[in-house]
Design a protein around this ligand. Structure first.
Ligand code: AMP
Ligand code: GLY
Length: 425
């Protein structure tokens, strides 16, 4: 199959590695990709936000499937352009992508579909924000309404800090003040063809920058899958997945379909398991990063078949995706200063030594070729690399991941030391 993957991060590299590891002899293109992706796909110099250019490339090269990785091309309507020209594409159109692009839209859909979520108030002024704080209580949760790469959200018991955060975003429109939800977080991915959904295996993301869930929110500093503690709470992982499918994924997909904006792509349910039940904190319209890096290595069903079936409306004919009993963890190596002010351009060394650890793969998030030929790679962004390790249990996978990340040298880099620690005992 000829597949074009749009995007340039670790999620896209993980998708490409999974496509590569299938038996099939795929031809994989990536636009724009990164220095790590270049080792596993043909890089194409194409603006992923330019739907017409993407469609022209897909037609010219007889591409069978376009997979849209990040949210920006989705919200920009690239999937609509491709679908309009008859090109199979995995990723929702602009309207359905509002599920991620607008928190207010997501709340409205959840309300219409009867999906359990926290109470929320739209506030357009400081006075309205203050009133919402009074109504919903502390800790305060304030969200910017729009794409903010994980940085538009603040969760704090400090009212002045929460208000300052709201004031930063108010000039560009209303913010959302939410009820604080307490409990473990779960990321659950659903493939959707607009009508049928197929769940993948649950994962947990570590959103805060520092060990022990300290520091600011980030795009995600690590992840693991599966979540053994789900079985204690729900009987089995399958029972949990079935519950979320029935109560959350299917009602949302049906509501979007009924509104004439079918969701074709990856529905990412960000959940909190509160004492009162499962609640949605957010939807995303694409694979999660870094959760994808731990979910896909465990997937036994060929990914290309699932993505193509979703893109072409034939998911119902597909069996349920199957997962290995192995566990997977990923630890993100971030540049000095991430998330506030990442330092870029620094040399990365030790990648081969890290990749030599058994059960480890190095997934690239933001790497580039150096100016001088023959040199090591350089960091080009905040989250630079994902060290992914699989193993028979979490103690095993953790030992491998941390052994490997310790072999990578990048000045000033930092990572969390407690990824999957609580399940490794
Ligand atoms: P979001 O961008 O909506 O996923 O929010 C980023 C992170 O903030 C989430 O992963 C949670 O850790 C936290 N968060 C968001 N909304 C809430 C909420 N209502 N209650 C508690 N924590 C939240
Ligand atoms: N891991 C969080 C996200 O992909 O949004």
């Amino acid at each position: 199959m000829k597949i074009l993957v749009l995007g340039s991060g670790a999620r896209e590299h993980a998708i490409i590695l999974s496509l590569r590891s299938e038996a099939a002899d795929h031809e994989v293109f990536a636009a724009p990709g990164n220095a790590g992706i270049a080792q596993d796909a043909t890089l194409v110099d194409l603006d992923p936000l330019d739907g017409a250019a993407v469609a022209a490339f897909a037609n010219e090269h007889a591409v069978d499937l376009v997979v849209i990785g990040p949210e920006a091309p989705l919200v920009a309507g690239v999937a609509d352009v491709l679908r309009g020209r008859g090109i199979p594409v995995f990723g929702p159109g602009r309207a359905a992508a509002q599920l991620e692009g607008s928190k207010a839209f997501a709340k409205r859909i959840m309300e219409a579909a009867g999906v359990p979520t926290g109470r929320a108030v739209r506030a357009a002024s400081v006075a309205e924000v203050e009133a919402a704080f009074d109504q919903l209580g502390s800790p305060h949760v304030v969200k910017a309404d729009g794409l903010a790469a994980g940085k538009g959200v603040i969760v704090t018991a400090d009212r002045a800090e929460a208000l300052a955060h709201a004031e930063q975003y108010l000039p560009s429109g209303p913010v959302l003040v939410e009820e604080f939800l307490s409990g473990p977080e779960v990321s659950l991915f659903f493939l959707s063809d607009g009508d049928t959904v197929r769940a993948l295996s649950p994962a947990q993301d570590f959103k805060r920058a520092l060990d022990g869930d300290g520091g600011p929110n980030t795009g995600g500093m690590g992840a693991y899958s599966p979540l053994p503690w789900l079985s204690e709470q729900f009987g089995s992982e399958q029972e949990f997945v079935d519950l979320v499918t029935e109560q959350i994924a299917l009602p949302v997909v049906r509501e979007l379909d009924a509104e004439g904006t079918p969701f074709i792509g990856l529905l990412y349910a960000g959940l909190i398991l509160t004492p009162a039940g499962v609640r949605v904190i957010e939807f995303n319209a694409r694979f999660g990063d870094p959760e994808t890096q731990v979910v896909l290595p465990r997937l036994r069903t060929p990914l290309s078949e699932l993505l193509l079936a979703a893109a072409s409306g034939t998911l119902e004919a597909q069996p349920q995706p199957e997962f290995s009993d192995d566990v997977a963890i990923t630890v993100v190596l971030a540049s000095e200063g991430y998330p506030e002010a990442p330092q870029t351009g620094r040399l990365i060394e030790g990648l081969d030594e890290a990749a030599a650890v058994e059960g480890v793969r190095i997934v690239h998030a933001a790497t580039g070729a150096p100016d001088a030929p023959g040199g090591s790679l350089v960091a080009t962004g905040g989250r630079v690399l994902n060290v992914v390790a699989t193993g028979t249990d979490f103690a095993d996978a953790r030992a491998r991941a941390y052994e490997a990340i310790g072999r990578i040298r990048l000045d000033g880099a930092h990572y969390r030391h407690d990824i999957a620690a609580r399940v490794a005992r």
